[in-house]
Design a protein around this ligand. Structure first.
Ligand SMILES: Nc1ncnc2c1ncn2[C@@H]1O[C@H](COP(=O)(O)OP(=O)(O)OP(=O)(O)O)[C@@H](O)[C@H]1O
Length: 329
């Protein structure tokens, strides 16, 4: 934000021109430093600081009455994006939280991509059906986007979502509202997150951001000795994701891989990344199989590893033609 754009008294504006600082820089300086740089009095510096702080604040303050009337979506902590399956929604108390980063980790073939695709369709339903009435942006980092599987999931929506009137399902342009991006390295990811994704969010075209997978980028770009740079880049990506999620009340889903150490399977990227996610889910592929009609599936288990609002728990599930569904008996 340019300080010249602020609504300032002429004397203060003249002082600002002498100081040649941006609004964010001004807030990092003490009152005395600002007085020295601008030649302004203490009360003028106070006015300058108030104007700069107001300009830098991303959201206006919210009063209790606005919250009570439900007029501030951004602060409604209860808002969730349904997974599209009542059993899994029950585990997640309604689905993914809209403000924060959710990580879904698991071994190859566990079904992470299947669940992520399902969320890209679920987000398109109206709020009454657990959606957010908008599209999704899906950033692939390693594999190409599974377009044929997405088409199959779209065809099978009426089977998965028997709770939704078929007339509504047939009117939703599912395929048109999944925006696919490819980011093969960290620079492309940052460009995508800082330019293209905010455009889609600002225009209201998407209300879900998926990165599949986040580990791939950090695994291939850094050697063990580059841990400091790797951590810096990881924090930079995660802070961008948090900002987008908070600013646009949008759930962010990061698919992550796992590392095997002795007999332990743990999510990749270590503690530095673990501290950046709000909800960590883990999907496991078990030995047993389950049947449903004419279909068979390897049994999966979706577990909550940590979340501020959820207990550690899990549900069994299967991956079917129509998508991922919890198994109840
Ligand atoms: N059309 C389908 N019908 C039924 N099950 C399917 C279908 N397509 C994929 N699956 C199941 O999903 C599994 C693949 O899941 P998915 O691609 O989500 O794995 P992943 O956890 O993302 O693995 P990776 O980390 O390797 O990408 C397959 O092994 C299969 O069991």
């Amino acid at each position: 934000m340019d300080l010249q754009q602020l609504d300032l008294r002429p004397r203060v504006a003249a002082g600002v021109r002498r100081g040649e600082r941006a609004a964010a820089d001004v807030l990092r300086l003490s009152g005395l430093e600002l007085q020295r740089l601008t030649g302004l009095s203490l009360s003028d510096v106070q006015q300058l600081l108030t104007a700069a702080a107001t300009a830098c604040r991303p959201h206006p303050p919210v009063s209790a009455i606005l919250l009570h009337r439900g007029e501030c979506l951004r602060l409604e902590s209860g808002l969730r994006l349904s997974v599209g399956c009542p059993v899994l929604d029950q585990l997640l108390r309604g689905g993914l939280p809209v403000g924060g980063v959710t990580e879904l980790s698991g071994e190859s073939g566990a079904g992470k991509t299947q669940l992520a695709l399902q969320l890209c369709l679920s987000v398109q339903y109206p709020a009454q059906q657990g959606g957010l009435d908008s599209g999704a942006v899906y950033i692939c980092t390693e594999d190409s986007f599974p377009i044929r599987r997405l088409q199959q999931l779209i065809r099978e929506q009426s089977c998965l979502r028997s709770d939704v009137p078929p007339s509504l399902i047939s009117t939703l342009p599912f395929g048109d509202r999944v925006y696919v991006e490819h980011a093969a390295d960290l620079d492309s990811l940052q460009v995508c997150l800082s330019r293209r994704v905010p455009l889609l969010l600002t225009r209201g075209l998407v209300r879900l951001l998926v990165i599949d997978s986040v580990a791939a980028l950090f695994r291939c770009e850094f050697q063990a000795a580059d841990w400091l740079e790797r951590t810096k880049q990881m924090l930079s990506v995660s802070s961008t994701l948090h900002r987008l999620s908070q600013e646009f009340t949008t759930p962010v889903l990061c698919v992550n891989q796992v590392t095997h150490t002795c007999y332990l399977v743990s999510p990749a990227l270590g503690l530095a990344w673990a501290n950046q996610v709000m909800v960590r889910l883990m999907m496991r592929r078990l030995q047993a199989t389950v049947a449903r009609g004419d279909q068979r599936s390897a049994l999966r288990r979706l577990e909550v590893v940590f979340a501020p609002h959820l207990a550690r728990d899990g549900r069994d599930a299967g991956v079917w033609r129509e998508g991922v569904r919890g198994v109840t008996d």
